[in-house]
Design a protein around this ligand. Structure first.
Ligand SMILES: [Zn+2]
Ligand SMILES: [Zn+2]
Length: 130
């Protein structure tokens, strides 16, 4: 099990030939005032939940600044969900029984006898106790 954390954010893009975009233009590309942005809000479809979400001009600018080539494929909500879930998502979950309340629970590791397993509620309780 190579525990490679998949950050599926940026699949490598097959680049054919680099078009060099020189950003150090000497005044040729001055954007006239009044039209201060070349970005417009864009509506994209979230890959996860299928809902429409807005890729705002501000975000596009941010992406462009960072040099990201890919548009976001998920809405903000799903991105956050993934971030939160990504730690356990790729793991196999094992059934276990809470040592405290006896409730069935799942743990991301193989339960061992020498360690008590707690359900998330009891686990939180135990952590809060100290
Ligand atoms: Zn979504
Ligand atoms: Zn419990």
């Amino acid at each position: 099990m190579g525990s490679h954390v998949g950050l599926g954010a940026n699949p490598p893009v097959g680049e054919c030939g680099g078009k060099d975009q020189v950003s150090h233009t000497t005044g040729i590309n001055k954007i006239p005032k009044g039209e201060n942005t070349m970005f417009e809000d864009k509506v994209l479809i979230c890959r996860d939940c299928g809902r429409e979400f807005t890729f705002t001009a501000g975000e596009q600018e941010f992406y462009a600044e960072k040099g990201f080539q890919n548009e976001p494929v998920r809405c903000r909500e799903c991105r956050n969900n993934r971030k939160n879930a990504s730690r356990s998502e790729n793991r196999e979950m094992h059934d276990a029984v809470c040592a405290e309340c006896g409730a069935p629970t799942k743990v991301p590791f193989l339960p061992r006898n020498d360690k008590p397993i707690y359900c998330s509620a009891c686990f939180a309780k135990h952590r809060a106790q100290r």
